[in-house]
Design a protein around this ligand. Structure first.
Ligand code: HEC
Length: 154
């Protein structure tokens, strides 16, 4: 028997307890580390959506990362799987948050939709309804233009 096997044999109960304890301890990290926090702060403003369709398309493809109305999936609550989810949402909100920002960069929003840069590829893999077709992209762009006509940054 090698030294490693001997060690495992001798301390297997302690090893199992140690791993379980780490797994449990990980679940508390999101309450302490801001980047992994899961929460939806109250919206600071109401958005005058031009139509229910624009709102639906926005919700399906952008809202999870660019608003305070994230629909957190169940695995977001399970560490460590939830850590990259939360940090993506925070990064997206920092860049653009329609519930907080007074003005939005409309041209940039249109560009990333048109070029297929947003939503990010790994998000689409898990949310197939976020994968907008050409008509839906056009409708979302027109809807955002109508909704943000007066509140876009030049
Ligand atoms: C899974 C989360 C997620 C989703 C869904 C998402 N974004 Fe993003 N978005 C990000 C992150 C993270 C960044 C910042 C890093 C980057 O630019 O890749 C970002 C950056 C942006 C930027 C700034 C662009 C830039 O190049 O700096 C715009 C504009 C934007 N997103 C618009 C959208 C729109 C419009 C949608 C829906 C069609 C969308 N995003 C969907 C996470 C997301």
């Amino acid at each position: 028997m090698s030294a490693v096997q001997g060690f495992i044999q001798r301390f297997r109960v302690q090893i199992v307890i140690g791993i379980a304890a780490m797994g449990i301890a990980m679940q508390f990290v999101r309450f302490i580390v801001p980047a992994f926090e899961i929460h939806n702060p109250a919206a600071r403003q109401t958005i005058p959506w031009d139509s229910a369709q624009t709102l639906r398309l926005w919700r399906e493809s952008c809202a999870d990362c660019h608003s305070n109305q994230t629909q957190w999936p169940f695995y977001a609550y399970i560490a460590p799987f939830g850590w990259p989810v939360a940090s993506d949402v925070h990064e997206g909100r920092d860049e653009l948050n329609i519930d907080q920002d007074r003005r939005v960069e409309l041209d940039e929003m249109i560009e990333v939709i048109r070029e297929g840069e947003m939503p990010p590829g790994q998000y689409i893999m898990l949310h197939s309804d976020a994968d907008l077709n050409k008509n839906e992209k056009d409708a979302l762009i027109r809807g955002l233009q109508a909704t943000y006509a007066d509140r876009a940054e030049d």
